[in-house]
Design a protein around this ligand. Structure first.
Ligand SMILES: [Zn+2]
Length: 203
């Protein structure tokens, strides 16, 4: 008698996420369904996605595809590893550090020494983009985590032109990562996939 197994999907063979219907950008993340309607839709292969650039949340059909609900799916915004010089200030505090990772919603900053940053503090941040004269300014960010020499912040407010620069930075970082992933030396039988992936990364 044949055994029935639950269909399994690993992230590696998961279909490509659909591009954002609002801004057409391909950097989109599948996210956890909210209780209620999205939970019902999940069982009908309609999965929620979050655009990582413009923040638009949408539902898209991936028929026949089953995902497990995993803990690491909980983050709605993927943090991309990037090291940027950053200065921060809040009240009497002033400091400088380097980003470890970033999304359009927040980042993690490591400092050369322990800083008096604590959870709930509001900071003004300036990120130095390589090759740019003026930093990207986030006027308001709140500290969500503080641990040793590092802390994590959520961005609360920035001027529209600064927000555009932040989005462009995140998009560029993601595109660079896609290129690096597809440019890694591949085994001969993966040559075709490599070409396909490279094409996808450019669209
Ligand atoms: Zn979008």
């Amino acid at each position: 008698m044949p055994t029935l197994t639950r269909p399994q999907t690993t992230e590696a063979d998961a279909p490509k996420a659909p591009p954002c219907p609002k801004c057409k950008n391909p950097f989109v993340r599948r996210v956890l369904p909210k209780k209620g309607l999205e939970h019902l839709l999940w069982h009908l292969y309609l999965y929620p996605f979050r655009c990582q650039i413009c923040s638009h949340r949408f539902v898209a059909l991936q028929f026949g595809r089953r995902y497990e609900i995993k803990l690491d799916d909980m983050r709605e915004y993927e943090r991309l590893r990037v090291a940027l010089g950053v200065t921060f200030s809040g009240g009497a505090l002033k400091g400088a550090g380097t980003t470890v990772d970033i999304s359009t919603k927040g980042c993690w900053i490591d400092c050369p020494q322990r800083v008096l940053v604590s959870k709930g503090m509001t900071l003004h941040l300036k990120f130095q983009e390589p090759g740019k004269a003026l930093p990207i300014e986030i006027e308001s960010a709140t500290v969500r985590w503080a641990l040793g020499r590092g802390f994590g912040v959520e961005f609360l407010g920035a001027k529209p032109n600064q927000l555009d620069r932040l989005r462009a930075l995140v998009k560029g970082t993601w595109e660079k990562r896609c290129r690096e992933e597809t440019d890694e030396p591949a085994a001969p039988q993966q040559g075709q996939n490599k070409k396909k992936l490279r094409t996808q990364a450019r669209t």
